[in-house]
Design a protein. Structure first.
Length: 231
């Protein structure tokens, strides 16, 4: 992969109303899971670049306060019943290019809830940060999202993979790893030879080899075909 934008691990699902206290507890648990996956994911996340030199309270109570204070780009509160809560947490060193975006508590059709972990671009992932782009770490992040939020869909993907498939609204985006909840049709006979399936409690995880940044586009398109999409 050669892109100025990093890989992303994202899970998303439909309307799910939640109180901010419950959201804060889930996010706290997820951040704890990330710390256990790799030290680079256990940094003192900050709410915005302006707070990079301050201590951000990431306790359940502190996170609830952050989510309550979340604003949209126009400075208006988005903590309404339908729109939910939108928050991004950043790595304190902005040159690490690590970010977690949360859009939770939404109850609007066709406007998904989501959790999105943005990893550093390959050229920035040097030294210990290179572990973040390995199969072991990527798989662990995917499963942490799946375990915490039981999404309808999830994937570990890159801009290159995304561009190659021309996904339409409502379709599952395919990546190095792709998760689909139980009930989504999958034609196993059309899956590529490299595809490995792992059955999880509420869905299926499809993995295309052990090199997240080196997936054959033909294999991604084959998974799309197995999902019933045009290629």
């Amino acid at each position: 992969m050669n892109s100025d934008r990093g890989a992303t691990v994202i899970g998303y699902w439909g309307p799910r109303t939640q109180p901010v206290e419950g959201i804060a507890a889930e996010v706290f648990s997820f951040l704890h899971s990330l710390r256990n996956i790799d030290p680079a994911l256990g940094q003192a996340w900050v709410f915005s670049p302006e707070t990079a030199f301050e201590s951000t309270d990431l306790s359940v109570e502190g996170l609830a306060k952050i989510f309550r204070a979340a604003k949209d780009v126009e400075g208006q509160s988005v903590a309404a019943f339908d729109l939910g809560y939108i928050v991004s947490l950043l790595h304190p060193d902005r040159y690490q290019f690590l970010r977690i975006q949360f859009s939770l508590g939404r109850n609007v059709p066709r406007v998904p809830n989501l959790v999105n972990v943005t990893l550093p671009p390959e050229k920035q992932a040097i030294g210990e940060a290179s572990r973040l782009l390995t199969a072991g770490v990527g798989d662990a992040i995917m499963k942490a999202i799946i375990e915490q939020w039981s999404p309808d869909k999830a994937r570990w993907g890159t801009p290159v993979y995304q561009k190659a498939q021309g996904k339409k609204a409502g379709e599952v985006e395919v990546g190095w790893e792709t998760y689909i909840r139980s009930g989504i049709d999958l034609d196993h006979s059309k899956l590529p030879v490299v595809a490995a399936l792992e059955e999880l409690p509420n869905g299926t995880l499809i993995r295309l080899g052990e090199k997240p940044l080196d997936v054959d586009i033909a294999d991604i398109l084959a998974v799309r075909e197995a999902l019933g999409y045009p290629v």
